[in-house]
Design a protein around this ligand. Sequence first.
Ligand code: PHE
Length: 340
Amino acid sequence: MISEQLETIKEQLLAEINGAERVNQIGQIRAKAFGKSGSISALSKGMRDLSPEERPKFGAMINELKKVIEESLSLKEGELEEIELKNKLESEQVDITEPSNIREIGALHPIADVIDRLTDICVDMGFSVVEGPEIESDYYNFEAMNIPKNHPSRDMQDTFFITDEILLRSHTSAVQAREMETRKPPFKIICPGKTYRNDSDATHSPIFHQIEGLVIDENISMADLKSMLTILMRRLYGNDTKIRFRPSFFPFTEPSIEVDVSCPSCHGKGCKICKGSGMLELLGAGIVNPKVLEMSGIDSKKYRGFAFGFGLDRTAMILNSINNIRNFYRNDIRFLEQMK
Ligand code: PHE
């Protein structure tokens, strides 16, 4: 009886083991065979009903059964584990050549950053932001700025001419004339943009940036220009910035001045950035020459104006302690990454 039972249990368990498809089924079969109420455990309990002579024989048979079942369980378990691992490796393959989806976080280019800062300050002071063409006529770039053809003051700017009459604008002052022709005073404008000159070294680039400011109103005086520039420079470089005005010459302003600020890096003590002088030359400005107003159709008896213009590359170099202007145009990611 017991030997028949034993045989059926063995067949059943082996068939189940054979049919198992997943590793966790092996655990279930093991529990079914060896668990407290498992089939092999039940057989062992049945030994109690046997005569003492029969017991050792069946005991040995049960032990043999246990061994056979345990062996085939382990064997199958190993096989299934291997298959499952293989499937997992195939389905979870990592393609190391696939482009990563980690996005680099960019930063504003230092020039764009300076344009943003300056326009914010000027917009706070009531200026409107305008733009003009980079390919400009000789008229707006020079003649309307009181720089006639063949006049020596043209030499101040090494200009890229495209034809005799068309050029790459050498300063943003060209936008002044365009705006004065179309706007009715009073008005306050700034024009940031690209400018071009045939000049190239560590502090000059053939393409660079300027910002132009123009205010036209009645009763404009040098005092308005000075106070406006003082506020602008202090907001840009800090409240303790000292400002120095020096007489200068521009054909389109009379009188003309140049403006220096105390070096924001050493606060006037003298350092590498200001070449020991404690001051930095920053911009040109002045009272708009009445001839320029008249050429653009503005009544110079009624209106006066002031204008200023300065290089944004130089401003960005000072603000970020950059010593070579070419860094702005090389697109070297290592340079740009430092701007984050
Ligand atoms: N356009 C002058 C330059 O490029 C700067 C300037 C602008 C000076 C406005 C006076 C008034 O050098």
